[in-house]
Design a protein around this ligand. Structure first.
Ligand SMILES: [Zn+2]
Ligand SMILES: [Zn+2]
Ligand SMILES: [Zn+2]
Length: 348
């Protein structure tokens, strides 16, 4: 950089630090208009039917493995028939030859599936506010139950939406993976939050939300309980971070009002996403909350991440390859420009 010239975040290639993970993202604003000659994914197929006799999540249908779904009328929770984790696994550590090279640990856990609705054709973006409240109520109930379960120290609720994200079934549903150990991403984020609290005597995300409220440029939408924004360090083109406006650690602290305001934000974020390219928008989303490991976590601030893969149209997705796999993730369109576009669409 020539001496005396300040960095222009709208023009100069630069890297930004993710305050939650301490990782970096490379931003190349000048490349946002380069032509695309790569893969174009097929458009999603025709609209889904309200009931699909071949869907293993629809009410009354049989699942692989022989169980039959009840004729449920709102939400429906069941143990995953092909669970990645089993509750009776020993949590022993194994270090072959004590060489500190071939190290493994048993991972006891519980995997559940939550159907959001009996309707095969609905999504969070098209469900009514009341229907989404029933989903959030179910998450709260599941979180509280699993948090009190032996050998469960962390609860990950997540939704994969769309074939592009590898969702095997369009029926609206999410998964819960409750584990003995705290997974990698929350471990990184808890460490930065704890460090920030030690250094500044304040909560990292409370401070971050205040900065974003002041600058306004990365805000998408908000209500009394939650704010949705494109984080300063976003990697995915239309990534969104949803934070509670008041400090809270987990769904243990939710009230009726919190359930309503989270439902409202989820409806607004997902329907805004669908308006970007005029298609059902694929994404992975999930909540980061206080671990239930018997230790206080004053550093932990409840939030949700939305990671959508689409880049410049309904059929062009972002890939994490080359420099991103071997070096640092990179983006062209700046988080501020993405936020401006989302904010306009969130108003309509
Ligand atoms: Zn279905
Ligand atoms: Zn906080
Ligand atoms: Zn997080």
């Amino acid at each position: 950089m020539p001496r005396g010239r300040n960095l222009k975040l709208t023009e100069d290639p630069h890297r930004r630090r993710n305050a939650l993970t301490n990782e970096w993202v490379l931003v190349s604003p000048h490349r946002a208009t380069r032509p695309w000659q790569g893969e174009i994914a097929p458009l999603p197929g025709a609209a889904e039917p309200a009931y699909d006799p071949s869907c293993y999540l629809c009410p009354g249908n049989a699942r692989v493995g022989g169980n039959r779904n009840p004729s449920y009328a709102a939400t429906f929770v069941f143990q995953n028939d092909f669970a990645a984790l089993k509750p009776d696994t020993p949590h022993a550590r194994l270090d072959v030859g004590n060489m500190d090279l071939l190290v493994s640990e048993g991972e006891p856990g519980i995997c559940r599936v939550i159907c959001f609705s009996p309707r095969h054709d609905l999504t969070l973006a098209t469900m009514s506010l009341h229907e989404i409240e029933l989903v959030v109520d179910t998450w709260v109930g599941q979180f509280r139950e699993l948090a009190g379960t032996k050998d469960i120290h962390h609860i990950q609720i997540f939704e994969n939406r769309g074939a592009m994200m590898g969702a095997s079934n369009p029926h609206p549903h999410c998964q819960i993976w409750a584990t003995y150990s705290i997974p990698q991403e929350p471990t990184k984020e808890l460490a930065t939050q704890a460090n920030y609290l030690r250094t500044h005597s304040r909560c990292l995300l409370c401070d971050y939300v205040a900065v974003e409220q002041g600058q306004q440029v990365r805000l998408v939408c908000q209500n009394d309980g939650f704010v949705a924004l494109v984080p300063f360090w976003a990697v995915w083109p239309f990534e969104i971070l949803v934070c509670s406006r008041n400090h809270m650690g987990s769904m243990q602290e939710f009230t009726k009002e919190t359930v309503w305001s989270l439902s409202d934000i989820l409806q607004r974020v997902t329907s805004t996403y669908n308006r970007i390219f005029g298609v059902p928008f694929p994404y992975s989303m999930g909540f980061h909350q206080s671990p239930c490991d018997g230790v206080e976590h004053p550093e932990c601030h409840f939030h949700a991440h939305f990671y959508p893969p689409l880049l410049r149209s309904a059929t062009i997705r972002k890939f994490m390859v080359g420099f991103e796999m071997l070096g640092t993730p990179q983006r062209d369109i700046t988080p501020e420009i993405a936020a401006e576009r989302l904010r306009e669409l969130a108003k309509t």
